[in-house]
Ligand binder design. Structure first.
Ligand code: PEP
Ligand code: MG
Length: 894
């Protein structure tokens, strides 16, 4: 028979699936002989059975009876006993902590009789009524679904009547009256009396925890975080200990190291004469742990040794909740604590040095996302700052600029050389151009999945959202802070997207020391030990070495300039995975490309191609220099040609105006004709990629010639070019075969002209579903595949990659349809399946086929793990993401 209830002494920390995180850790601490108040856990299995049938499983009540009896025997009193009540807390505890779930009801077992018993036992009437009013308040809110405001108002009224703001000033009589008021609130808003029967209180609270698994916020959170919806939650029933018994009691939270900086040494807050959430609720000023030492040395010493014991046992930073009841310490909770990115790296290496973990484990204790955060520029830690608001840290980085309130002004000021911060209540797709023009975005509404947050992250732009204490008046062109200060358009502010802080004025920005390390600017043997970033840089260095030692996949960069390639190499790139040649056709060269497109005779076209040839050759020569000895994948022209021509609307207007004035020029008319001819409704699905190569004679040959001539010259100089020519947007092997033939013919010519024998590969992008499905055929011709997961996502989902994120992804994210944009993190089930199929079918035909990925996903941590799993040889990403990809490739294979 399934066992539904476990005494704390029966579990351990590995049983999170069954006992939830809180229950498993309470059990672990109990078995470590730490002072945990006795109690038991109702399992997630019981919750699942309840959710499936709408009723508690038949066997549950008897098991709870049995465990409650045992608990009562241990404690020497029964639940709610009128002269000396046993009181318990009921707390939810899922495997993953989840906002939106019911959290805690304390003091269960109190009623109109037992409150007097408690008062007599504790010799403290005030304490007893304070505990009772807390029970009614928590029970009313979380079990009976009464809006908490009603209780808050009654409490405020009681304090007002007393002429105080401090709840400690309410005496026993005030609290007794408050209890009566609260009971009336329950009758008024729940339509029933507050239950006096202790066991009924407990059972209703347990059921409320079960039900809260399916609260709308919990469901949404699970969808977004991809937490399975069928895990259920456990419920912990724990005998109460009291931090509100007087000045020799209190409650606190603590960390075994500083979770912000990673500095060694405990860190925490303590509140005297308080219970439950009081510490974090900010109702009174808390004390530091240091103050506790002078208040109660014994408890302090015991707390310190307990924390040391926990760290050693969990081999990690732990956070804890504790209560001191009349000088006796009790541990109410522990878990491996959350921490900042810098703290994660520092703590991981401290733990190696302390002999608690090895290098391989330290690698698993940090993430690519954390490393990415450490690479953003940030505000000078030593600068004085004037904090004016705090919002959500929606997109990291540090941005300084003048406040603007609309897109028009953002663009206008940007054009005149100003740096601006776009401040809005919330953003919508109309604000996009303003967001692009701004250094950063600040909103007063919306969470991490709001439009502003999603779009800013997509653009890599600093964003603080949901700074609710700001009152933004876009029409009046100002915003007001909580303390009434007004900031007008043009005022300078600084926003920190990593912490969510907003500062007045300009805060100096410094380069990340981690980037300086990757750039090779720091001498690790000669760092200033007093500088707080020294330990961080050393930690990053140590962990990166472990990552490089344990990864199977190589990491390349997407780069199309010599400078970016050189930087990518400094960052550890092992080649170029994607050189987008279209980027070389912009700027001054656009006129040449325009002339090529307009050419209406073969001779004219050949002439234009011949002009482009030496320019392209020079581009490639620079990249071969920067990447000497490493593979360089150069992709032939991909985007539709109209991208190189003027905008159709602008040009039409210009020509119409000129015609009306009788000044139309022949060239403009021809240009307009060409623009019309090339105009496509869906250019992303139109004449682009390999299709261009097949339609425009000589184009791909010119590019191949430029690549091969540059490589031949590099080889003749004594260099080692490792050339890979890549054909984009292939959907059928026949397309590739035709282009490959042309490339081989060009190679033959180059060889006879230069006398240099070059090795090179011809391969293709796999970025259309058909290419993935027919990868077996394509591999007959292709010597390598590079998965273009940007286009593959676009074509698999049918999402226009240029439009959807701004148009409606914020709605999809809010509704939990996906937790993250599939353009950001690979959709494993859909797009990923095509990658897996493409890899398998390609390798089945050509066993040594080299496989890589060059879509944005190549630098996304979660996606990197997937690519490792399906056996790709390398990932390629933007130079700045290279360290992140190295780290994650190491973790994936660790
Ligand atoms: C891709 O589609 O994933 C890719 C890398 O090519 P681009 O982004 O240039 O279309
Ligand atoms: Mg593509």
């Amino acid at each position: 028979m399934t066992k539904f209830v476990y005494d704390f002494s029966e579990g351990n920390k590995e049983l999170k699936d069954l006992l939830g995180g809180k229950g498993a850790n309470l059990a672990e601490m109990t078995n470590m002989d730490l002072p945990v108040p006795p109690g038991f856990t109702i399992t997630t299995e019981a919750c699942k059975a309840y959710l499936a049938s709408g009723r508690e499983p038949a066997a549950l009540a008897a098991e709870v009876d049995e465990h409650l009896k045992a608990l009562e025997a241990t404690m020497g009193k029964t639940l709610g006993q009128s002269d000396d009540p046993l009181l318990v807390s009921v707390r939810s505890g899922a495997k993953f902590s989840m906002p939106g779930m019911m959290e805690t009801v304390l003091n269960i077992g109190l009623n109109d009789q037992s409150v007097r018993g408690l008062a007599a036992q504790a010799d403290n009437e005030r304490f007893a009524f304070d505990s009772y009013r807390r029970l009614i308040q928590m029970f009313g809110k979380t079990v009976l679904d009464i809006d908490g405001e009603h209780f808050e108002q009654a409490l405020d009224a009681a304090k007002d009547a007393k002429g105080t703001k401090n709840d400690l000033d309410l005496d026993a009589e005030d609290l007794r009256r408050l209890v009566e008021t609260y009971k009336q609130v329950v009758v008024d808003h729940a339509g029933r009396e507050f239950p006096q029967e202790p066991r009924e209180q407990m059972d209703l609270a347990v059921r409320a925890v079960f039900d809260s698994w399916n609260a709308p916020r919990a469901i949404l959170y699970r969808r977004q975080e991809r937490i399975p919806s069928d895990l259920g939650t456990a419920v912990n029933i724990c005998s109460m200990v009291f931090g509100n018994l007087g000045p020799d009691s209190g409650t606190g939270v603590a960390f075994t190291r500083d979770p912000a900086s990673g500095a060694k040494g405990v860190y925490g807050d303590y509140l005297q004469n308080a219970q439950g959430e009081d510490v974090v609720a900010g109702i009174r000023n808390t004390l530091s742990l240091h103050d506790l030492e002078s208040l109660d040395k014994n408890s302090y010493d015991q707390l310190m040794s307990t924390m040391a014991q926990l760290e050693e046992h969990y081999r990690d930073l732990c956070d804890i909740e504790f209560t001191i009841e009349r000088g006796k310490l009790w541990m109410l909770q522990t878990r491996v604590g959350k921490r900042t990115a810098a703290a994660a790296f520092r703590i991981a290496t401290q733990l190696i040095d302390e002999g608690l973990i090895d290098d391989a484990e330290a690698l698993q204790r940090v993430t690519g996302a954390q490393l990415g955060q450490l690479m953003f520029p940030r505000f000078d830690e030593l600068a004085t700052k004037n904090l004016i608001a705090k919002g959500m840290n929606a997109s990291p980085g540090a941005a300084v600029g003048k406040v603007v309130f609309d897109t028009y002004t953002a663009i206008k000021w940007k054009r005149s050389g100003e740096k601006v911060i776009l401040v809005r209540r919330e953003t919508n797709p109309d604000d996009l151009d303003g967001m692009i023009a701004a250094q950063g975005i600040l909103t007063s509404r919306g969470g991490k999945t709001s439009h502003a947050a999603v779009v800013a992250r997509g653009m890599g732009k600093t964003c603080v959202c949901g700074a609710e204490e700001l009152n933004v008046d876009t029409k009046g062109r100002h915003f007001t802070t909580k303390d009434g200060k007004v900031y007008h358009e043009g005022d300078l502010i600084s926003i920190d997207g990593t912490s969510g802080e907003v500062f007045a004025g300009e805060v100096p920005v410094v380069d990340s020391p981690v980037v300086r390390y990757f750039e090779g600017e720091l001498d690790l043997d000669d760092l200033d030990a007093a500088d707080p970033s020294t330990e961080l840089v050393r930690a990053v260095d140590r962990i990166m070495r472990t990552a490089d030692g344990s990864r199977r996949m190589a990491v390349r960069a997407n780069s199309d300039t010599e400078e970016d390639s050189a930087r990518a190499r400094r960052f550890g790139a092992q080649g170029i995975g994607l050189c987008r040649t279209e980027h070389m056709f912009l700027g001054d060269r656009r006129a040449l490309v325009e002339a090529l497109i307009l050419a209406d005779t073969d001779e004219e076209r050949d002439r234009q191609l011949a002009e482009l040839l030496p320019l392209q050759r020079e581009d490639f020569a620079g990249i071969f220099d920067a990447m000497d000895g490493l593979p360089v994948t150069i992709r032939l022209l991909d985007p539709p040609l109209h991208e190189f021509l003027p905008d159709i609307t602008e040009l039409s207007v210009r020509v119409a105006v000129a015609e009306a004035r009788g000044e139309a020029r022949e060239g403009d008319l021809r240009l307009l004709q060409a623009v019309h001819k090339l105009h496509e409704q869906n250019p992303m699905l139109g004449l682009r990629g390999v299709r261009l190569g097949l339609v425009i004679p000589g184009l791909f040959e010119m590019q191949s010639r430029a690549i091969l001539e540059a490589a031949a010259a590099h080889q003749r100089k004594g260099g080692v070019p490792r050339v890979e020519i890549m054909v984009p947007l292939v959907g059928a092997v026949q397309e590739l075969e035709a282009i490959k033939e042309d490339i081989i013919a060009v190679a033959r010519d180059v060889r006879s002209e230069t006398g240099v024998h070059l090795e090179f590969l011809v391969g293709t992008m796999i970025e259309l579903p058909r290419a993935a499905l027919t990868a077996g055929q394509i591999a007959e011709s292709a010597e390598f595949f590079s998965f273009g997961t940007n286009d593959l996502t676009q074509t698999t989902w049918g999402f226009s990659r240029d439009d959807v994120e701004a148009a409606f992804f914020s709605h999809y994210l809010e509704k939990g349809i996906f937790g993250v944009s599939p353009f950001e993190s690979l959709d494993r089930e859909g797009v990923g399946e095509l990658v897996r199929i493409g890899a398998e079918r390609g390798r089945a035909v050509r066993p040594g086929l080299k496989l890589g990925v060059c879509g944005e996903h190549g630098g996304d941590p979660d996606s990197v793990h997937f690519f490792n799993e399906v056996g790709l040889d390398y990932v390629s990403c933007s130079p700045f993401r290279v360290p992140v990809a190295r780290l994650e490739a190491g973790r994936a294979n660790g």
